[in-house]
Design a protein around this ligand. Structure first.
Ligand SMILES: [Fe+2]
Length: 492
């Protein structure tokens, strides 16, 4: 095991004295390490640019770039390598200074070879543990985050999980997600930060980032290499990492992490971590969009049926749209959560969908026969039968089924009473009645607004929920005023 590690371990010896370079290189090679040498800090940095080393053993005083500057540059560039500094007796303070700047250990000249081996082995062991630790931590984080992202059901959940995980696992000050449509236009931009926003999405040069991702380039930059991804007036950043949100053949967005804290740099391992998470998030975003599109198409199809049904009768044309508008106003007036407002709106649009199942002319002049009235009364139940098999429409079923229930329990189909009637249905009942009364029917003319309001108020507590009626009174007055200002006709 030890031999395999030694064979894989690469050491760079940096000293301006040829003899020392040679002695160390020969001795460490005999111990099984792969060794290269450099005559000063500058030559060492060139080697570090092209080759990966585990340990750099460097002299302190050298021409061009010395030991301290070499350590500082290695740290600045975020090179993943341990540094050991060699120094003469009597300059221990300098060695300590080097360790403060990031050196892992030091060797005092003249050194014994056993000591060099001991320092190298301890360094390699430390590196191995660090790596294992990091891999384990990253694997666990990745597993957890992937799970969370995959089980997210809404777009905002997916994006929250992605920004949350990025802030937790990376030294990022700001995480910015852009979702894009085909052609690269941004459809959504969201962000999260560690300690208050220190960076603005506008400071990112989005076209440069999108171009880099479309070319498959890796975007991981530090310090002076960052400005190519930033606008001219952007504040300086320490480190910038951006990965694409990609599904096969298609970019759905990008996530960019920014660090403005000195010393906080993103590593290659973190880039890979974010890439994997980005892939999961992209798949989830794409699925949710597909699902939403499917839902929308489905909804529009059903609404199309409902409108077609209304259009067959000139008296009911536009009824569902008007009931929807009024129901929404009441739901907003009652301060319902937006999700419930949406449910009420959808239920209103489809409240009479069950009339598709009634094979009779329910809007003929004159009264309905007893038999026709029984058929008419079945339309909420038919509505339920139509909507119930469609899982995403299930939240609106109770509103549709119960919109002819009455507050006093004398309605149909179930004779529900008071708050046993779903709130959506209580709202629909008021909106439905208002629109029916203020519209002409084959058997009567439209009633005026005032008369209708008086009738609705009279029936608060018997037919209608009094709280819904009072919300309606407030909402309708405001709505009528707005309509007048916009020149839109309202029932007089
Ligand atoms: Fe109805």
């Amino acid at each position: 095991m030890a031999l395999v590690e030694r064979e894989a371990s690469q050491i760079l010896v940096v000293d301006d004295e040829l003899v020392i370079r040679q002695i160390l290189a020969d001795f460490l090679s005999m111990e099984g390490y792969q060794v290269e040498t450099a005559e000063d800090g500058k030559a060492a940095l060139e080697k570090l640019d092209s080759t990966t080393f585990d340990i750099v053993i460097s002299d302190m005083k050298m021409p061009r770039i010395g030991g301290i500057e070499l350590i500082e540059t290695i740290r600045e560039r975020g090179v993943d390598v341990l540094t050991v500094i060699m120094t003469a007796y009597g300059t221990v303070e300098t060695a300590i200074d080097a360790m403060k700047k990031g050196a892992y250990d030091y060797l005092l000249k003249p050194f014994k070879m056993e000591e060099v081996i001991r320092v190298v082995e301890r360094g390699l062991q430390n590196r191995k543990l660090q790596r294992e630790n990091m891999i384990l931590r990253e694997t666990i984080a990745l597993y957890r985050a992937s799970e969370e992202i995959s089980t997210s059901l809404s777009l905002s959940d997916v994006l929250d999980q992605l920004t949350g995980t990025t802030l937790r696992e990376l030294p990022a000050d700001e995480v910015i997600i852009h979702l894009t449509a085909e052609g690269g236009s941004v459809t959504l931009c969201t962000r999260a930060s560690r300690n208050g926003h220190k960076y603005q999405p506008e400071h990112l040069e989005l076209s440069a980032l999108l171009h880099a991702h479309s070319e498959g380039q890796l975007v991981l930059a530090h310090g002076e290499r960052c400005p190519q991804y930033l606008t001219a007036d952007a504040p300086a950043v320490t480190s910038l990492l951006s990965v694409p949100l990609k599904v096969p053949q298609r970019l759905v967005g990008l996530v960019t992490a920014v660090s403005v804290t000195p010393g906080n740099r993103f590593s290659e391992g973190q880039r890979k971590l974010l890439s994997v998470l980005g892939g999961r998030a992209a798949a989830a975003v794409d699925n949710i969009r597909l699902f939403e599109n499917l839902q929308l198409t489905f909804r529009e199809t059903i609404q199309g049926f409902a409108r077609a049904l209304e259009a067959m009768d000139r008296y009911t044309a536009g009824h569902s749209d008007r009931v929807t508008r009024l129901s929404r106003l009441i739901a907003l007036e009652l301060d319902l959560p937006l999700e419930e407002v949406e449910t009420v709106t959808q239920a209103a649009l489809m409240h009479d969908i069950g009339k598709i199942g009634c094979q009779a002319n329910l809007n003929k002049p004159g009264k309905l026969s007893a038999q026709e009235y029984e058929i008419f009364k079945a339309h909420p139940t038919f509505g339920r039968q139509i909507l119930e098999p469609i899982s995403f429409l299930r939240p609106i079923v109770s509103g549709v089924l119960s919109h002819h229930e009455r507050w006093d329990g004398t309605g149909y189909p179930d004779g529900l009473k008071g708050e046993d009637i779903p709130l959506a249905a209580r709202i629909l009942a008021v909106a439905d009645t208002y629109d029916a009364m203020t519209s002409s029917r084959a058997y009567r003319k439209a009633l005026g607004h005032e008369v209708t309001m008086r009738e609705i108020q009279r029936c608060a507590g018997s037919q209608f929920d009094p709280a819904v009626v009072s919300a309606f009174e407030r909402a309708i007055e405001r709505y009528r005023e707005e309509c007048r200002q916009r020149g839109v006709a309202v029932p007089e």
